[in-house]
Design a protein around this ligand. Structure first.
Ligand code: C2E
Ligand code: MG
Ligand code: MG
Ligand code: MG
Length: 271
């Protein structure tokens, strides 16, 4: 009786394992096809300057127009792409597309923000990739903000600083994305040449109801000011959220209050 139960458990476990492996293999192959067949699209989410209440920037966010599953969000594939290094090819496509999009918007936006994964940033030819696209699309590097997460603190600090400074020398800017959620270390932050710091939406979401989140948002804005970073709040969903971050000296915000990320055509209508 008990032996039989054990056996069943084992075979259930095996089939779950193989199903997971099969799903990953399928995703792997589908992602490769997606790159070749240009199934990805960059959506744009407006970034508003707090003091003027104007849309001055946009964050480019990847979407996958999957042939059978429809529109897929990054949580369905970016993590796997990062693990498997497919992010290198996807990321190169993202960079090229972001430059092309900005060319369409350069009369109306100061800059565009692009998410960069650690593996992409760590590539030897990363700087070259940026410069090639700046030239190809005739875009001023000052118009491109590169969003990195705290995961870059996993790399060698001096190498990272060096690389960032080389890239910044051309005019590109850096944002620290999702600040406060990862490996943040204040001493690292002090040394890294970031221009912007983005407050993660998890703090913004509950800051009006939760006293600790409220304190954290204020502290993050203070820290950013001390280190001369501009501050961007993510996940601003209500007028009350916007008022609170404005009163506390946050320079920019993005969130559903203004718009969710949308395709270029719809983004132009928001301007
Ligand atoms: P992120 O860079 O922190 O992007 C912000 C995420 O918050 C986006 O999710 C955006 O749609 C969502 N968001 C914006 N405003 C609000 C709001 O008011 N409320 C709520 N609840 N959510 C809001 P999305 O587009 O699903 O992207 C998720 C993450 O995927 C991004 O987080 C980024 O880490 C990654 N990602 C997106 N595009 C790319 C890309 O092109 N390359 C890389 N490497 N990663 C990307
Ligand atoms: Mg981002
Ligand atoms: Mg973020
Ligand atoms: Mg995030």
């Amino acid at each position: 009786e008990s032996k039989k139960g054990g056996k069943n458990k084992t075979s259930f476990y095996d089939s779950t394992m193989s199903r997971q492996i099969q799903e990953q293999l399928l995703l792997h192959n589908e992602l490769k096809i997606a790159i070749q067949e240009k199934q990805f699209e960059l959506y744009l989410q407006p970034i508003v300057e707090t003091k003027t209440n104007k849309i001055v920037s946009a964050e480019a966010l990847i979407r996958w127009n999957h042939p059978t599953k429809g529109l897929l969000f990054p949580d369905a594939f970016i993590e796997y792409a990062e693990q498997s290094s497919l992010i290198i090819n996807i990321g190169s496509w993202v960079i090229e597309s972001a430059f092309a999009l900005y060319k369409e918007l350069e009369d109306t936006l100061e800059n565009i923000a692009v998410n960069i994964s650690l593996k992409q940033f760590s590539q030897d030819n990363f700087e070259e990739l940026l410069l090639t696209n700046a030239k190809k699309y005739n875009v001023d590097p000052h118009s491109i903000k590169l969003e990195l997460t705290e995961s870059i603190m996993l790399n060698n600090l001096n190498d990272t600083i060096d690389k960032m400074l080389h890239i910044k020398a051309h005019g590109f800017a850096f944002s620290m994305d999702d600040f406060g959620t990862g490996y943040s270390s204040l001493s690292y932050l002090k040394n890294l040449p970031f221009d912007y710091l983005k407050i993660d939406q998890s703090f913004v979401r509950d800051m009006l109801e939760n006293e600790n989140d409220k304190k954290l948002v204020k502290i993050i804005i203070d820290v950013a000011k001390q280190f001369d970073f501009s501050v961007i709040a993510e996940g601003v969903e209500t007028v009350e959220h916007a008022h609170f971050i404005e009163e506390n000296g946050c320079d920019y915000y993005q969130g559903y209050l203004i718009s969710k990320p949308v395709p270029l055509k719809e983004f132009k209508k928001l301007l």
